[in-house]
Each structure stands twice: as structure tokens, then as C-alpha cells.
Design a protein around this ligand. Structure first.
Ligand SMILES: [Zn+2]
Ligand SMILES: [Zn+2]
Length: 195
């Protein structure tokens, strides 16, 4: 059996992490979404179909509109990325909100199957909204969790430590040991797989 040791520095994992959007600001986004829906009702004489507004989009996109097909019905939803909104709030309020509402409106008027996502029908709605129809935004995404990496909780005398899957596997498969730099204890795996 070989034992390798490596000293790790306890690090503050989320020092630069962006906080998700506050409830107050989520309310502003929801209100603004309804402002554009009301505007669309007047501009295009549409009957608004019910739609959910949720803040569960992850990754690099700021927003997404989708229709979920159920057996006998459809449900529509706009999903917003709570981290990207948090980091670039005003800009997303001006661009992402009308962008997604325009998808919703084009779906009601034409049906998503019958048009291109950012085609002339969608562009016409964006123009009527007086919103920027550029499709890609170059947001600085530093601090935004774009990929969720699994971490494993270990313990030393100082408390809990998060180890990456890479380190965890070295311990499990290659019998590495890691020591806490502060208390010098071996980090022990706190088995929380059941959670
Ligand atoms: Zn789009
Ligand atoms: Zn320690």
C-alpha cells in the first residue's frame, strides 16, 4: 500500500460567487414580464395564455421560453437565470425579459412550430417592444455557476471541508491522504451519500 500525502489549504470555495437574485428583484422581473405581456395584448390584440415565470435556468443562457406538451394540454413557461440576472440586472430587464416575452407572443400568434425562433415574426415583436433584437449577449459570467461539480464533504478538527471529486477519488482509489493545513489532521470522509 502506498500512501501519498499532500497538504491542502482550506479555501473559501465561493469567495467570488455571485448570489442568486433576491426575492425583491425576482418580483421586479415578474412585474416587468407582465408589463411586456400587457403591451403585447394591446399591440397585437392577442389573448394571453397562462404562463409560468420561474427562476431555475442554469448555465450560460439568461432566459428561455418553452412549451411543455402534456397529454391533453400545454403549459408555457419563461425560465430566467437567477445568477445572470443578479450580475447584470438592468441589462437583462431591458433585453432578456422582452426577448423571452417575444418568444411567448410569437408562439401565441403563430405557433412555435411554424416560425424560426429568432425569425422575422419574433423580430417584429421585438421592434414593437422597442427592444434590442441582438440574439447573443456577451455577459461576463465569472462567478456564475455554469456547471455543477460534485463536491464531497470531509472533516477535520476545524469543521467541514469540501473536496473535489478528483481528490475524493484519489483518496478512495489510490489511498491518498490529505491533511488540513490549519489543524494538521487527516481529512476524513463524512459519508453523506444518503442525503
Ligand atoms: Zn431567443
Ligand atoms: Zn482543520
Amino acid at each position: 500500500m502506498t500512501t501519498s500525502a499532500e497538504i491542502i489549504q482550506p479555501k473559501i470555495v465561493h469567495a467570488l460567487a455571485i448570489e442568486p437574485l433576491s426575492i425583491e428583484r425576482q418580483q421586479i422581473v415578474i412585474q416587468q414580464t407582465h408589463v411586456y405581456i400587457e403591451r403585447a395584448k394591446q399591440l397585437f390584440k392577442i389573448k394571453a395564455a397562462s404562463m409560468d415565470i420561474v427562476f431555475n435556468l442554469k448555465g450560460r443562457a439568461a432566459g428561455m421560453y418553452r412549451v411543455k406538451q402534456q397529454l391533453f394540454s400545454q403549459s408555457r413557461e419563461i425560465r430566467y437565470n437567477t445568477y445572470i440576472f443578479s450580475k447584470h440586472f438592468d441589462d437583462n430587464l431591458k433585453t432578456t425579459v422582452p426577448h423571452e416575452v417575444a418568444h411567448y407572443v410569437s408562439d401565441i400568434i403563430y405557433g412555435l412550430k411554424n416560425i424560426k425562433p429568432h425569425g422575422r415574426e419574433w423580430k417584429k415583436i421585438m421592434f414593437a417592444f422597442d427592444a434590442d433584437a441582438a440574439v447573443t449577449a456577451n455577459y461576463d459570467l465569472s462567478g456564475i455557476p455554469t456547471k455543477k461539480l460534485r463536491t464531497f464533504i470531509y472533516q477535520c478538527a476545524c469543521g467541514d471541508r469540501q473536496l473535489s471529486a478528483i481528490r475524493h477519488n484519489k483518496i478512495k482509489k489510490r489511498r491518498y491522504q490529505y491533511y488540513c493545513r490549519t489543524c494538521k489532521q487527516t481529512l476524513l470522509y463524512k459519508n453523506n451519500d444518503a442525503i
